[in-house]
Design a protein around this ligand. Sequence first.
Ligand code: MG
Length: 374
Amino acid sequence: MNALAPYAVDERHSRGRVHAEPPPVERSEFQRDRDRIVHSTAFRRLEYKTQVFVNHEGDLFRTRLTHSIEVAQISRSIARILGLNEDLAEAIALAHDLGHTPFGHAGQEALNACMKAYGGFEHNLQSLRTVDLLEEHYAGFDGLNLCFETREGILKHCSRVHATQLGELGQRFLDGTQPSLEAQLANLADEIAYNNHDVDDGLRSGLITLEQLEAVPVFADNRREVERLWPGLAGRRLIHETIRRMINQMVLDLIAQTRANIAAARVESLADVRAAPRLVAYSDQLRPRLQVLKTFLRDNLYHHYQVLRMTDKARRIVRDLFDAFMADPRLLPPQYQRRAADDKPRAIADYIAGMTDRYAIKEHRRLFAVGEIH
Ligand code: MG
C-alpha cells in the first residue's frame, strides 16, 4: 500500500458497515471488502455474462469477469500513482458490474422495460442490491456488509427517485456532491477498459477492420507510431502494440489532468473532494478524440447487424422469462417464490438479473421449448 494523499479515503475515517463487525486482522477494511467480492457468487457468474459478445461466440472475447479484472488493474495502477486508496479502488472496480443482467446492455434494457411499472431496473442499483442484500453467505446478515465507501463507489449513477430511498448513500445524487476520488477513478477506468478492449474484440471478431479504424485518430496515430518503430509489423502484434499505447495515453492523460484539477481546486481533504466538481477527468485535448472512438464503436460494433441480431434475441429471452414468471410465479425456484411473496416483480427481476447468458438460454428452453423436460 502506498502512502495516502490527504484527499484519499482513509479507512480510519470510514463511515463503516451497516452491521458492526470487529476490525479485520492483518488486512485493511477495504481489502476485506475486496475479498468478500471475489468470494461472492455474483462475481463468479461474471465469467458467463456478456460484455459485447456472448460467451459461446468465442473463447477469447472479454467477459464481464475479464473486463472487471482489467478495470481493477487500471484503477489500481492510477490509484497508486495519485496516492489514492488502492484497496478501495480495486474493490469498487471488481464489484462495479455485479448487478449486470445476462446479455449486456440488451438484457438491461429489456429488464428495465419489463420493470417499468414496478420501479424500473438499473444495473448500478442492482450491483448495490447484490452486495447489500442478495448474496447469502454470512450468518449475521444478508449481503456482504461492505463499507459505505465501497458501496458509494458501486452506485455510479442513480435516478433521483431511487436516491431518495437510499438514505445516506443516495444523498449525493440529491445535493449534487461528488463521491470519493477512488469512486470517480473506477468509473473512468471502466471506460478506459471497454473503449480499448472493445476495439480489440471487434477486430478479433472481424466485425470491424483496421481500415475502418483509420477514421479514429486515437487509434490511427498510435498505429503510425508502432509502424515507425516496427516497420512491417502486422496482425495481432500490430493491434496489441497499438492498443497498449492507447491505454497508456488515456491513463497518463487522466493522471496529469486529475493532478491539475486537484491543484486548481485546492483540494486538501476528502470533504474538499466531495464539494468540488468532478476531479478525475481527461484533458480537453483528449476528450473529443475519445468521443470519436466511442461514436465509432457505437456505430460500427454495438450496432453491427450481427450484434443487433444477438441483442434482439436477448431482449426476447428476457421478456419471455419475465412474462412467464409474472403469469405464474410457481414456475420460479423455491427461494425466489419466497421472495416473490413480498414483491413479485422485484423477485423476478432479481432472479433474471442473476442469470448467466447460458443459464438464461437454458431456462428459456426449459420453459418454452416443446419436448424439453427439465
Ligand atoms: Mg463495466
